[in-house]
Design a protein around this ligand. Sequence first.
Ligand code: GAR
Length: 210
Amino acid sequence: MNKIKTAVFISGEGSNFKSIYRNSLKEDYPFEIVVVISDRKCDGYEFSKSIINKTYMFENYKKCHFEKEVHNILKKNAIELICLAGFMKILGKEFVKKWEKKILNIHPSILPLFPGLNTHTRVIRQGMKIHGSTVHVVDKGIDTGTIIAQSAIAIDNLDDEKSIEEKIKKSEHYLYSKAIRNYILNFYFKKNKNSLKNKKNKYSKILYSI
Ligand code: GAR
């Protein structure tokens, strides 16, 4: 299977990027990471430099300059898909339009609940017992695009922001690569994602927090 040339945008630890990268090396994941873009010096950037030649950092760039430079790099490298993995800049409408339906994002909440920043803090404040993550297509709104996949975690009384972040990231590392794979098969190759579903346990999709 041809692999879709993919760019990953990061701003932080880069743990989602690492898990996507590891999966991209497997034969049945139809994407290869060709370019990594970071908007700051961060752990994800340091890691990326050691494995992806085309790793770029654009610190303190004005949004329009950042987007122009990045667009050129992506075009030059024939990039077909962009995955935002903990990327904390909001992309401009023009950029999003140019890459319509070709940008995915992972957001740490069960959208449409809790769009925006500091989701773990707000989830605790609201006394939520279930929280999670969403992979969605990026459109011109903030965390409003078509939802592709979601995962849920239970929150218990002992949880705090740190422990929630750990649980969330663990679930994201499972979710994001699979969601990217399904999206590519549906959108780029027009294959039915049901062919990939794990049919072992028919109750495996029900999550409880009691
Ligand atoms: C992830 O939890 C991701 O969902 C979140 O940032 C974290 C990045 O972690 N993304 C956003 O908040 C986007 N608005 P990582 O750098 O270890 O992958």
